[in-house]
Design a binder for this molecule. Structure first.
Ligand code: ATP
Ligand code: TZE
Ligand code: MG
Length: 267
């Protein structure tokens, strides 16, 4: 998988649509329905399975696992830890979305425990990534208070320390494996006005990394480019956040693989 070939990102989307990987999404109550529809529109097969009694067993069947701590509870955390351990046991990639992990002691403990299971990819907004790298951030809750540019050094340090590919999203996305970095353009100012856009993106990263587990940087960039291209297209006709949300699902469905290359540039 070569990052120097712009066709790579579209090829990964085509591969994902062809294989339609089963993606176990442990995401929050706010995001579940939207994220499942995003995966279906993009061509993957989502399954929202989080109960501790079955989350680990299911992770052995899925092509990838995604974990989002948006609406956390003790029982959900138990399911998350079992699923992450099982994914590692069978060598399956998994993606972490550390929603507002700095907000409370419970979340801080949860994210520490999850990081010990070594996620393949970490995706967050600028405030979440800066705080995860130990930097002061302006984040209060689930929305970002910092710019992507300010988070780049934190993302690189976090990638080097954790071994994960780290994606920071915002007006222009930035993704790094600690050595190489890519910038992904597109999207719309309406995206942060629709809840769970980032949570759904984390699930789509899972779908792409499921079909290219050896190339998590390219797979993540491909997912970010899908959101960039579909977001730009949906915004052209949307009259506000409500119509943007359903137009975005349609735009993902209509997306051509050839549209992705133009979104991605080496950083
Ligand atoms: N101002 C903007 N212009 C263009 N695209 C944007 C903008 N802000 C966010 N996006 C896009 O929205 C998507 C979600 O990123 P964002 O950083 O808003 O996630 P998030 O804060 O984790 O969202 P949530 O927690 O609500 O799920 C990404 O594809 C990102 O590129
Ligand atoms: C609004 C909200 N609250 C907890 S999770 C979530 C979805 C966006 O992260
Ligand atoms: Mg988020």
């Amino acid at each position: 998988m070569t990052l120097s070939s712009p066709a790579t990102y579209g090829e990964l989307l085509e591969r994902m649509r062809h294989e339609s990987p089963l993606v176990q999404c442990i995401t929050n109550f706010v995001a579940m329905n939207f994220a499942a529809n995003v995966l279906l529109a993009a061509g993957a097969s989502p399954a929202m399975v989080h109960a501790p009694e079955e989350a680990g067993e299911f992770a052995r069947l899925a092509g990838a696992l995604t974990i989002n701590i948006g609406t956390l509870s003790s029982s959900w955390l138990d399911g998350m830890l079992r699923a992450a351990a099982a994914a590692n046991e069978v060598g399956r990639p998994w993606v972490l979305d550390p929603v507002a992990h700095f907000a409370t002691g419970f979340r801080r403990q949860a994210i520490d425990a999850l990081l010990q299971h070594r996620p393949t990819v970490i995706r967050g907004n600028a405030s979440e990534i800066m705080a995860l790298a130990g930097e002061a951030s302006a984040g209060r809750g689930v929305d970002a208070g910092d710019s992507v540019e300010r988070a780049q050094a934190s993302a690189t340090a976090l990638a080097q320390r954790s071994g994960a590919v780290v994606a920071v999203t915002g007006a222009v996305d930035w993704v790094t494996d600690g050595q190489r970095a890519l910038r992904i353009a597109g999207g719309s100012e309406l995206m942060p006005r629709v809840t769970a856009m980032g949570c759904a993106l984390t699930c789509l990263i899972g779908a792409l990394v499921a079909v290219a587990p050896q190339s998590p940087l390219a797979a993540t960039a491909s997912a970010l480019a899908c959101f960039g291209a579909a977001g730009s297209r949906a915004a052209q006709q949307a009259t506000g956040p409500g119509s943007f949300a359903w137009r975005f699902i349609d735009a993902l469905d209509a997306l051509h693989a050839s549209e992705l290359a133009a979104q991605v540039t080496p950083a």
